[in-house]
Design a protein around this ligand. Sequence first.
Ligand code: CP
Length: 291
Amino acid sequence: MKSLVSAAQLGRADLERIIERAIGFADSGHSWDPTLRGWTLATLFFEPSTRTRLSFELAARRLGADVVSFDLSGSAAVKGESERDTVLTVAAMGAQVLVVRHAIDGFPTKVAEWTHRAVVNAGDGQNEHPTQALLDAVTLQRRFGRVEGLTVAIVGDIAHSRVANSLMTVLPALGANLVLAGPSEWLPDSPFPLAGTLDEVVVAADVVYLLRVQRERGAEPAEGYHAEWGLDARRAAAMRPEAVVMHPGPINRGVEVSDEVADGPRSLILQQVANGVPTRMSVLAEIGEAL
Ligand code: CP
């Protein structure tokens, strides 16, 4: 795998190999591995990020790479440099691996065409966020010992969510059963069953995966959204004993999830963040071996 622009590139064997390696990195405390020694990785984020950018940078350093980071607000883009020229400039400095986030669907594919460098999609518009879905699969594998057979309810602003698109590829490929729930205007056409209320979902799911309302993509929660679609302590109490709560972050507290649930015993939210580093190490190691 030279580049990762879509979760759909990965068959079940690829997913299982990446997950197993990520768990190995996690279990060893992200021990240093020389797979990317001598390579330079650049993070090119044209949209804000905390988790994804920092975890890619940590992952690359732990694999021995040099890391450079592009800060949009302090870059020559402010002086009018085009995105293509920005990308070509960073590639000309010798970066072999470009980790890219952009508001436009398909931007990572354009970067790969412009540069012929290895490209990793760190989130493109409403399209995909493949490494988020991978780290979520790693989180489930570590928690339950399996993904196969789990019932995962994806709840909220699904229509605007690149995370949901990648989850809808990765989790069924690993044998999970998906249910979608949320306001009707935010439910996409999909092969997965739809639930009419959050209450019917929480009692049946092994995983309640909440999505952020994507205000930056035009979504706005209706009055009463939290009461109808938010996971609060009352609903969390109705979940199966072993069931868990997930969210890709950043979370809107009091909108899709209450403080009590986000910080409570069912929440895997910070474990998802922690698993981002070994998962991205695993993806970058695969790419390093293909370069
Ligand atoms: N989950 C996620 O992509 O978070 P960031 O926007 O902080 O990278």
